[in-house]
Design a protein around this ligand. Structure first.
Ligand code: BV8
Length: 227
């Protein structure tokens, strides 16, 4: 029998019970900061100090957070079906990796990475990053977090696109379905014949693209779904 190919898309909701803020829930990050001020390349050009303050604070909180039962259950699923499970995360924390997931794409980048805006060299982020930190490769003082901001091209298309095309099962966990291209993956895989499942607190914006829904906290629902 051909093993089932499973693609899992995760969003901020899976890390909420690890203590990390979501974006669009009441009191979420976008209620406290304007996207245009902190999460666009234009914001970085205009006020790099403000942008770094936003990401430095989130990096500190992410470093102090621990993977929860949902991250751990997904790592267990991958261990049970090696080579057949891909996790695509929109999250910039490192909780999936710390839970043990290996077949993992950080499509919106990583808080724990630094990127040179001038030469694209990458290196591990210091806890407190500044634009004036010199690039280890070209010495430019245009250091930024390795994050995909609005208007930039998400990472990992060379892995994501073939995996979506081959998926038998597509599962979205803890994502509101508002940010593209990730929000289009459910419709895309459904049209190609995959079974689509959402696991969330409430119906996502793209709820009509899912054949099956499970509503509840990720730490409760995901381990049960994996078993
Ligand atoms: C691009 C930085 C071109 C990282 C982020 C098509 C139509 C319309 C617009 C567009 C379009 N295509 C592109 C766009 C423009 C734009 C976009 O989507 N705009 C939207 C807002 C209209 N997209 C882009 O600019 C993207 N780039 O498209 O390039 C391209 C593409 C492909 C090929 C060539 C060219 C770049 C997007 C990058 C966005 N970066 N932020 C950071 O600072 O972290 S977005 C931000 O939103 C985060 O990255 C986050 O991951 C992402 C998604 O949010 P969610 O994870 O879903 O979080 P949210 O708070 O919304 O929802 C949480 C959910 O969890 C809720 O449903 C809640 O109920 C649930 N929940 C809460 N607690 C729990 C829970 N569930 C379970 N258990 C719980 N305990």
């Amino acid at each position: 029998m051909t093993p089932e190919k499973i693609v899992i898309l995760t969003g901020a909701g899976i890390s909420a019970e690890s203590g990390l803020s979501t974006f669009r829930d009441a009191g979420g990050l976008w209620a406290q900061h304007r996207v245009e001020d902190v999460a666009t390349p234009e914001a970085y050009q205009r006020d790099p100090t403000l942008v770094h303050a936003f990401y430095n604070a989130r990096r500190t909180r992410a470093a102090e957070a621990e993977p929860n039962a949902a991250h751990i259950a997904l790592a267990r699923l991958e261990a049970k079906h090696p080579g057949d499970v891909l996790i695509i995360t929109q999250n910039v924390d490192d909780l999936h990796a710390r839970a043990g997931s290996r077949n993992l794409v950080h499509m919106h980048g990583r808080l724990m990475g630094a990127l040179c805006h001038a030469c694209q060299h990458r290196w591990p982020a210091p806890r407190e990053m500044r634009a004036t930190d010199p690039c280890p490769a070209c010495n430019a003082a245009q250091t930024r977090p390795d994050i995909v901001w609005f208007g930039e091209v998400p990472y990992g298309a060379e892995i994501i696109d073939p995996a979506l095309s081959a998926a038998d099962l597509f599962v979205a966990i803890g994502t509101s379905g508002n940010v593209y291209p990730a929000a289009a993956y459910a419709q895309h895989t459904a049209r190609l014949g995959a079974h689509t499942v959402q696991i969330n607190l409430e119906a996502a914006s793209n709820a009509r693209d899912f054949a099956e829904s499970h509503f509840g906290p990720a730490t409760d629902v995901v381990p049960k779904w994996v078993e």
